[in-house]
Design a protein around this ligand. Sequence first.
Ligand SMILES: Nc1ncnc2c1ncn2[C@@H]1O[C@H](COP(=O)(O)OP(=O)(O)OP(=O)(O)O)[C@@H](O)[C@H]1O
Ligand SMILES: [Mg+2]
Length: 244
Amino acid sequence: MLEVENLDVNYRGTIALENICFRALPGQMMGVIGPNGAGKSTLVKAILGLIPSARGLVTFRDRSLKKQLNSVAYVPQRTQIDWDYPITVWNVVMMARTRHTGWFRKPSRQSKEIVKSALQRVGMLDFCSRQIGELSGGQQQRVFLARALAQQADLFFFDEPFVGIDRKTEAIMFDVFRELKQDGKILILVTHDLGATLKKCDSLLLLKQQIIANGSFKEVITADNLQRAYGDSILLFEQEEVAC
Ligand SMILES: Nc1ncnc2c1ncn2[C@@H]1O[C@H](COP(=O)(O)OP(=O)(O)OP(=O)(O)O)[C@@H](O)[C@H]1O
Ligand SMILES: [Mg+2]
C-alpha cells in the first residue's frame, strides 16, 4: 500500500498542496483529477521526493518511499520532457535499467532482453534506433511506457499519458495498465479526461490544492464536488461527458 500523510507543498510562499492524505492499494489504479494548476503534477513529484520544500510522510509497504525508489516508475507530463535531447529509443528505455546495472557498466544480457520485450510490448521495437525527437507524440508516449515497464517497478505514476495520442496508443496503454493491475502493482494516473477514462479507475482523487474528494467514481463525481473543483464551467461538460 502507498500511504500519503499530511503532505504540504509550498513554492516560494505560494501554497500548491495542503494537507494531502490518501491511500492507494495494490492491484488498483487511482485517477488523479482536477483543473489546471490544481497541484496534480506537484503531488506526483512531491511523493517521489523531487520537491525539496515538500513536507509530510510518504510510505510504501510501511517503509519510507524515499528508500525504495527502485520500485517506482514515473512517466512525466509531456511538457516536462526535453524532446530535442539526442538519445535513441533504445537508450531511453535502457535508462530504466541503469539503477540495476549502474551507469558505467555494460548492460547485462538480461537487461537487454527486458528492454527488448518492453519495446515489443508497446509495438515500438522497430523504432529502436530512432532519435526520440523523431517520433510522433503517441509513439513517444509508448516509448516512455516501455521505459516504465523495463523498470519492473511496483508503483507506477503516469502524468497525463493520454494527451495527444490516438486510439491505438490509448488501447495499448490500457492493456498494459490492466496487466500491471493483475500483477498487483499500484498505478497512479493523472488525467484530464473526465470521460471514459475515469470509469476505468478503481478510485479517484479530486484535487484543487486540497483534496476535494477521494473514493469511488460515484462518491467523487458529483455536481457539488465538480463545482468546487472546476467552478461553473464544469456543469455543461458534466452533463455531456461525465453523466454516462
Ligand atoms: N517549480 C515551480 N515553482 C513555482 N510554482 C510552481 C512550480 N511548479 C508548479 N507551480 C505552481 O503550483 C501550482 C500547481 O502546479 P501543477 O503543475 O502541480 O498543477 P497541475 O494540476 O499539474 O496542472 P496542469 O493540469 O496544468 O498540468 C500552480 O499554481 C503552478 O503555477
Ligand atoms: Mg500537471
